[in-house]
Design a protein. Structure first.
Ligand code: MV4
Length: 494
């Protein structure tokens, strides 16, 4: 086993991995930027090494600085968390060259999923269902039109190097092809330095369902749980749950077996996620994420598998602690991503100082976070304050616990999306479980946020005053609520 692990990340995920290290009795090393001098994760670690200025391009993305920190502290392994260098093969190779274990998959597996076209070819050959379309790049608009005629409109153009919806264009007819292709190519070139575009049949109203898998270095591969990730806005997931409301035992066995097949096809080892689009009983491979994901805790809550710990054990060469038959789904878990952002101002980031903070607790609640009362959220990184997770015996109890936890959550000083989450949880279609990736737009959740904020204002004031906030601080709650009341009830603003 490793005698020391460096965590090449920040915030809640750095703490999540350090918690696994602590339980395994392994000392942890944090690396931190200028803006993170006072961050909780840097204090939580057994050692902390300064790696550069606040912008991540000069710190958390600086491969040389991170390798140097590992060599200087004698760390034998590096966990990259999510984002930053977690799916960067140059970083995985730099670790290998310096005799440091990369806690993640082999770089060949990262590479295999790097190009969407290659990934589609590999999956097709392995017998994994992919969305109807082509497995080659196109640059001739006439050829694109002919191919699209064969597939049938609408189609979607996707950059081969891409991800996260960037440069994707829906095309409804021949006439739309030329401008769409030109636009996709130019966005892809500037975003990814590669203007290769391919075509897929456009699926309407898909659900995004993904499978957590675990594979050891001996090739034993299992699926852990499925996750429903359709509640998103501009490809940014906001609420995830496990299992998916559409999942049956039979469907889970079928999709899980396909997820395992996908992982085996690329020689995968470590924790990973196979993403599918699901539409009217059919499902198709979309992409594979070769890292620990933000939403991994909901899988941990329903299966009791510690994914961060398993990743470390796998990287140390140990065989998986689980057979497929050991994995049972117990109850239901939901995660709300609590962000410092303003849902009424186009969800724009709202960094700043957290003046008062009290996170929820009680039965079935887990909060993964890197903040504290008095913490200054820096403007340089993502706006995640915490991941609030509720577990219950069934979906109904998980929702009730989440609503109760959102009621308890007090964050004074910065705007948050807590009212957005309340609005979704009160929505009848969400509660029915019958939704898809168009949910937030179709249900007009942005408008519902205003109503919910007004309804709950008094409750929040009374809880915040119990925290010892004076009148001005109580008014600052509404920094949390502020702009909503500004629109809804101007007479109550002062
Ligand atoms: C699609 C699609 C419909 N048909 N592909 C968007 C981001 C990237 N991960 C894949 N995306 C989509 N690809 C075909 N052939 C619809 C989406 C899509 C989507 C997918 C998953 C989760 C949320 C989404 C939101 C809008 C569009």
């Amino acid at each position: 086993m490793f005698s020391k692990i460096l965590i090449a990340n920040r915030g809640e995920i750095a703490i999540r991995v350090m918690r696994a290290c602590r339980e395994l009795g392994i000392p942890s090393v944090a690396v931190y930027s200028e803006a993170d001098k006072n961050a909780l994760f840097a204090k939580y670690a057994d050692e902390a090494v300064f790696i550069g200025p606040s912008p991540s391009s000069q710190s958390y993305l600086k491969i040389d600085n991170i390798i140097k920190a590992a060599l200087e502290t004698g760390a034998q392994a590096i966990h990259p968390g999510y984002g930053f260098l977690s799916e960067n093969t140059a970083f995985a190779s730099a670790c290998a060259e310096n005799g440091i274990a990369f806690i993640g998959p082999p770089s060949s597996a990262i590479d295999a999923m790097g190009s969407k076209i290659t990934a589609r070819q590999t999956m097709k050959e392995a017998g994994v269902p992919i969305v109807p379309g082509i497995e080659k790049g196109i640059n001739d608009p006439d050829e694109a039109m002919d191919l699209a005629d064969g597939i049938g409109y609408p189609i979607i153009l996707k950059p081969a190097a891409g991800g996260g919806g960037i440069g994707m264009k829906i095309v409804h007819s021949r006439g739309e092809m030329l401008p769409a292709l030109t636009s996709s190519q130019s966005v892809a070139l500037s975003a990814f330095g590669d203007d290769t575009i391919y075509i897929e049949k456009y699926l309407t109203e898909p659900r995004h369902i993904e499978f957590q898998i675990l594979a050891d270095e001996m090739g034993k591969t299992i699926y852990v749980s499925d996750r429903e990730c359709s509640i998103q806005r501009r490809h940014q997931k906001l609420i995830e749950e496990s299992p998916s409301p559409v999942m049956s035992d039979e469907l889970r066995e079928r999709m899980g077996a396909i997820a395992v097949k996908a992982a085996k096809a690329i020689g995968y080892a470590s924790a990973g996620t196979v993403e599918f689009m699901y539409s009217r009983g059919d499902f198709y491979f979309l992409e594979m994420n070769t890292r620990l994901q933000v939403e991994h805790p909901i899988t941990e809550m329903v299966t009791d598998v510690d994914l961060a710990k398993e990743q470390i054990l796998i990287a140390a060469g140990q065989p998986l602690n689980y057979d497929q038959s050991d994995i049972q789904i117990r109850g239901w878990a939901i995660e709300c991503r609590i962000n410092a952002e303003d849902p009424l101002n186009d969800f724009s980031p709202a960094p700043g100082r957290i003046q008062r903070y009290r996170s929820p607790g009680g039965p079935g609640i887990r909060v993964d976070s890197g903040v504290y009362s008095g913490y200054l959220i820096p403007p340089y990184y993502d706006s995640l304050i915490s991941k609030l997770v509720a577990h219950g015996k069934d979906r109904k109890e998980a929702i009730a616990r989440m609503e109760r936890a959102l009621y308890e959550y007090i964050i004074v000083g910065v705007k948050t999306n807590i009212f957005f989450h309340k609005a979704v949880l009160r929505n009848a279609r969400f509660r029915s479980g019958d939704f898809n990736t168009g949910f937030i737009k179709e249900e007009n959740i942005a408008d519902a946020v205003v109503r919910v904020a007004a309804e709950d204002f008094d409750k929040h004031q009374s809880l915040a005053s119990a925290l010892g906030a004076d009148n001005r601080k109580v008014a600052a709650i509404a920094a949390a609520v502020g702009s909503y009341l500004g629109q809804q009830k101007p007479e109550e603003k002062h």
